[in-house]
Ligand binder design. Structure first.
Ligand SMILES: [Zn+2]
Length: 406
């Protein structure tokens, strides 16, 4: 046991998985206790209603440990005992469930033209929605005025502030989610902006930030289309392009939090190798996104209707874009061998009927035989990102940092 504790501590320190926690002040037994509790909590959330005996079997923890944890969670009103089912004359063990209706979260979508907030309970019931329209952000501190306004408004509708488990943010831009810093978001006029520290100081609730594509992948992996997937890639073709890679159920952030910058994958050559705002040429985003097309002088609405009217020039550009998307996606599949890939974003939503069949054909044609069983998914509609940001809070609440030790 002591070997495991030391191993966990070393792993913990080296990987810095939970930032901001002073390790020297946390005893090893306390740490193990907390990890065990999270493990049990997550299992009740993902597989509940579930009996104590089943939890013990699936976690490998002793009955006594399970009893202690369950008693703590019952006392805190985080879980409850539901009705035991009768099997013949025998009563089966009492199942446990998350008391979702007493737990709340707030999600905020920070867009260039608005700030939208949603208050919901952990059963995904929306209690209140607020949107503040923003004409234009004038300076670095300007977005904060709108954020405070939205949060203060929503807080009035939280039935019990003790049940509020945090505020999550969906942000278009580079986000260091571990340290709660927006590394770069030109639309918000933020560079190395310490959003989490500012808001935690102001409100005292846990604050979580994530890049929008990563967030989509997280939420879908938690309880959506990717719930059964260990390895997946999510591609968002929208105003810009984003992607998120999940490997062994962990989101890949990269050394500088820029993993998944799929928009700058080099995908166009020859006459279509256009200069990108990143300084390079032929990036996927220069033509396969709404903002890229606009910079190229093509309005997305017009482009869509011209393609549908079989305009030869628009069709030629459309085919070029589809081929480039197919090539880029196929290469990423070859590299990472995902079980699932998932498409989302306004470009996909609007042109799905004509785009997806071409894309699927290109992908199947280009990936090697060994990766050919990859399953291609499409989100029915790009979800409300403030709702997804609220899901970020739930994900953290049930997070188990050390899955590999069980
Ligand atoms: Zn680029």
């Amino acid at each position: 046991m002591s070997t495991i504790i030391i191993y966990v501590t070393v792993f913990y320190r080296e990987k810095g998985i939970i930032s901001g926690m002073k390790l020297e002040n946390v005893s090893n037994s306390q740490m193990i206790k907390e990890i065990n509790q999270q493990k049990v909590l997550r299992l009740i959330f993902t597989e509940g209603p579930i009996a104590r005996v089943e939890i013990a079997r699936k976690t490998g923890l002793t009955q006594q440990t399970i009893t202690n944890i369950v008693n703590r969670l019952l006392k805190k009103n985080i879980i409850f005992e539901s009705n035991a089912i009768l099997s013949g004359t025998k009563r089966r063990p009492i199942p446990l469930e998350i008391n979702s209706s007493n737990l709340y979260c707030i999600g905020i979508e920070l867009a260039v033209t608005y700030v939208r907030g949603t208050l919901m309970d952990f059963q995904n019931n929306i209690l209140k929605e607020v949107t503040e329209v923003v004409p234009r952000y004038e300076h670095e501190q300007h977005p904060m005025q709108f954020i405070y306004k939205v949060i203060d408004h929503l807080l009035q509708y939280v039935p019990d502030l003790n049940g509020l488990k945090g505020i999550g943010f969906s942000i278009q831009g580079l986000v260091d989610s571990e340290n709660g810093v927006v590394i770069y978001s030109p639309g918000l006029r933020w560079k190395n902006f310490h959003l989490r520290d500012i808001l935690q100081g102001e409100y005292g609730f846990p604050i979580f930030l994530e890049n929008d594509a990563n967030l989509l992948a997280l939420v879908e992996s938690l309880n959506g289309q990717l719930a059964d997937s260990k390895q997946s890639i999510t591609y968002k073709f929208d105003y810009g392009i984003g992607s998120a890679m999940v490997l062994q159920r962990q989101l890949l952030h990269g050394a500088n939090f820029v993993a998944g910058e799929f928009g700058h994958y080099k995908a166009f050559s020859g006459e279509y190798a256009i200069k990108c705002h990143c300084g390079a040429e032929g990036c996927l985003t220069t033509l396969a996104s709404i903002s890229g097309l606009r910079r190229y002088g093509v309005d997305f609405d017009e482009f869509e209707s011209k393609v549908r009217q079989n305009d030869s020039e628009a069709l030629k550009l459309f085919q070029t874009i589809c081929s480039a998307m197919g090539l880029a996606v196929a290469n990423s599949i070859t590299l990472l061998n995902p079980e699932h890939i998932m498409f989302t974003g306004k470009v996909i939503d609007r042109m799905e009927d004509i785009l997806m069949p071409i894309l699927e054909r290109e992908i199947k044609k280009l990936v090697p035989e060994s990766c050919a069983d990859v399953k291609i998914l499409k989100l029915s509609q790009t979800p409300d990102e403030s709702g997804s940001a609220a899901g970020l809070v739930m994900n953290h609440f049930f997070d188990v940092p050390f899955d590999k030790f069980y």
